[in-house]
Design a protein around this ligand. Sequence first.
Ligand code: GLC
Length: 818
Amino acid sequence: MAKDLTKQQDSDTLSTTQVLEEGVHHVNNPVLDLPEIVKNYLGPVTGYHQENNNYYFTDGGASVEVKVVSDEIIRVRLAPKGQFLEDFSYAVPQSDQHVAVYNFEEDQQAYRVKTNTVTCVIRKADFLIAFEDREGKEYNKDYSPMHWEENPDFGGYYVYCTKAAQANEAFYGLGDKPTNLNIRGKRFVNWNSDTYSFQFNQDPLYRSIPFYIGLHEGDAYGIFFDNTFKTYFDFAAEAHDQTSFWSEGGELQYYYIHGPHMMDVVKRYHSITGTHYLPPLWALGYHQCRWSYYPESKVRDLARNFRERNIPCDAIYLDIDYMDGYRCFTWNKRYFPDPKKMIKDLADDGFHTVVIIDPGIKVDENYWVFKEGKKNRYFCRRGDDYFMEGYVWPGRCQFPDFTNQEVREWWGGLFKGLVEAGVAGVWNDMNEPAVFGRGTFPNDVRHNFDGYRGSHRKAHNVYGMQMVRATYEGLKTLFQKKRPFTITRAAYAGTQRYASVWTGDNVATWEHLRLGALQLQRLSVSGMPFCGTDIGGFSGEPDAELFTRWIQFGVFSPFMRAHSAGDTAEREPWSFGPEHEALNRKFIELRYKLLPYIYSVFWEHSKYGFPILRPLTMVEQRLESNIPREEEFCFGDKLLVSPVLSPGQQHKTVYLPAGDWYYYWNDSRFEGGKEHEVKTPMDEMPIFVKAGTVLPEYPVMQHVYEKKIESLKLLVYHAVQETNSYMYEDHGDTFAYEQQIYLEKRFVVKGTSNSLKIKQFVDGLYSERYDTYDLHLVSLPFNVKRIVVDDKPAVAKQDSQGRYVVTVPKDFKNIIVT
Ligand code: GLC
C-alpha cells in the first residue's frame, strides 16, 4: 500500500549521455551476451584535430581530448567510442582559465601540446601520454595506454588509467583516508560511507576526494580524477612500478597539475575546484558540541559554565534532539519552548548556535516539509519509480534529490525559520547518504544530476556535497550580509566551496588522536582546508590526559570542536577535574590569542589556495628524510607544531626545517635542519615560530567580539634573513571584503647582530579595531639602546619575559632598533 501511495510517473526522456552511462540498452541487453569481459586498450594514434585549446587524437575508434586549462594544468579525457560525455562537473565549476601561450608540435614519434610550463607528449606508436616540464624532465607518464571494458552491470564502461610509478615516488592526498601520509603501496576505493568508530587503514570512509600528489626526486605534480562514480586507486600496491586509477562508470577524465612545488600543486588544484570561502571569525574559535545538549536549561547551564569558568567558547551545538521527533526544521517544544529567546540570550553572551540537519525527511503526511517535498516530487525515486525509502533517526524517511537545482533552492529556503530563530551555522550530517541497515541508497535510485541524469552510482559520492551546497546557498541568501558557517560529514572534491568538514565518528583512543593528525594533514593537501576531528573522540571515554592532549592538537586543527556520543560521560573542558580544567583553559586561550594569525592563514587559503596545515614533506619536499615525519606539521608558514600523541610522553623528538626557529613558550632559539629533543610536560606542546616572523596575538577573550582591543600585540622574532609576514584584517563576519573592505599588511623584518629593522606595508580600506601596536621584540641578540619609529625616538620597556616592548602607531612604516 505504502508503495502505491508514493508511486509517481516520470515522463522525462533519457539523454544520450545517460544511455552511455546507464546502459539503457539493457533493454536488448547486448552486454550480458558478451562471453567474457574484455579490456580494450587505445591503439596507435591515427590522426588529430584541434578546436581552440582542445586537441583531439584518435586511434580510429576511440577519441582522446587534451585540453590546455592553464599554463600548468592539462586535462585529458577518453571517449571509448569517440563520443564524449557532457562537459559537466560538480568539482570544477569552470575549467577554462586564461592561457597565455600554447603551441603544438608533431614529429615522427609524437605530438606535443605545450604551454609555457608543461608539455603533454602523446606518443604515436602506442598512445602513451606523458607530462614534462620546460626542460624536458618527465614528471608523469602512462605505463599502459588508457583502457576500458564494457560494464556488465549497466552497459557503460569501467575506465582505467595506469601510470608508471617511479622508484621512490611518494604519494599524498586522497582526502581523509585513515592511514599514513605517504600512501605508496596502498589501494583505496572512494564510496562515501557512514563508518562509525572507523579504524586505522579502514576504507572507504565518509568522503571521496579523487586527487593525489606524486613526489619524486623532490618534484611534485598532481592528478585529479574527476569522476563521481565508485573510483579506485592503486599506488604501486599490486605492481611496484605502476599507479592506477579506475572507475565503475562515467568518463576517464583527469587533470594533470604541474608543480614542482607541492604547495603550488595544491594551489592550482584549488584554482579549478575553488577555495574555502573566508569563514566568519567566530567559526575559528572553540566550539562545544555533544549528542545532545537538551533541554534548554542544560544549554543555558553549559553556556554559564563557560563564562563562569572563563573558558573561551564561540559556538554551542544542538544535535538531533532539538527537533520534534527528529523532523528536520522543527523544534521539540517541550525541550525548547522558546528557541528564539534562548538563542538571543546565548548570542548576547557571545555564543553562536549551530544546529544539525540530516537529509532524511520523515514520511509523515502531517509534516509540512514532507508534504512540500512530496507535492513537488523533490524526493529521490528508484528505477521503477517508487520513492527511495529508508530508516534513519526519525524512522521511515524519504530523501531530497539535492542534485536537482530546484530541490536545492527549496532546501535552502527551509532554513528560514531556523535563521529567524537566530541560528548561525548548520551542521550537515548523515549525507553519504547513510541509511540504517542497508548502509546507503540502492544503485538504481535516479538523480537529476543537474540535468545530466544518472543513477545513484553516479550521484552517490556527490549527494552530501550537493546537500551542503544547498544549505550554504540557502543560508547565504537568508543571512544577506553575514557569512554562513556550515560543516559537512560527506564530501566530494570541490565541497570546500561550501563547507568545513569533520572526520566523523572517531574513537576516544590515542590511536585515533594520531590518526586525526594524519587525517587533517591529508585533508589539507587534498583541498579540504577547514577540517577538524571530534576532540576527545566521539565514542568511548578519554581520560584527562588524552582529552587535554586532544585539545592541544585542536588548537592547531583548522576547525576546533569537541564532540561526544550520547552514551558517554559528560565531556566539557572542566569534566576532568580542576588541574585539567586549567590546562584545557590555557590551550583554548592560546587558540584565541593566535586568532589574528589563524584568520590570516585562512585568508591566504581563501585568496590564493594555499593549504592551512602543511606536512613537513610539503615544507621541505626535497628531503626524503621528511617523508616518514608524520606527526609534525606547519600551520600556515610561520608556526611548526608537533602535537603530543602518546600517553605519558615526557619529551619528543622534533625536526625543524632549515633556518632558525624560536620555541614559543620561552623564546629560546633553535637551529633548523636538524632534530631536537623537546620536553613535553602536560602544560606544553612543541610549538616553534620561524625566525623573522611578526606574529599578531589578541588578548585572551571569552569570545571573538568580547573586547575592544586597545593595542594589538605583535611578537617580532629576530632574524638575519629578510622575512615577510602577512596579516589580514576585516569585519570578521560580513562579505564587505569582496568589495576590498579589508586590510592586508605585510611586515618585513631584517636583523643583524646589533640591529633590527621592521617595515610595514598596508593595502586595503578597512579600519582596525585598535589604534596602536605593542611590539614585543623577542630574543634580540643585543641590548637595546635606541628605537626610532618613523624618524622619531620611542621608549621601550622590558616585560616579565625580558622582551623589549614598545608601543607604536598602527600605521608605522619603518622602525629601527639598535
Ligand atoms: C552521527 C554523527 C554524529 C552525531 C550523531 C547524532 O553519528 O556523525 O556526529 O552526533 O550522528 O546526530
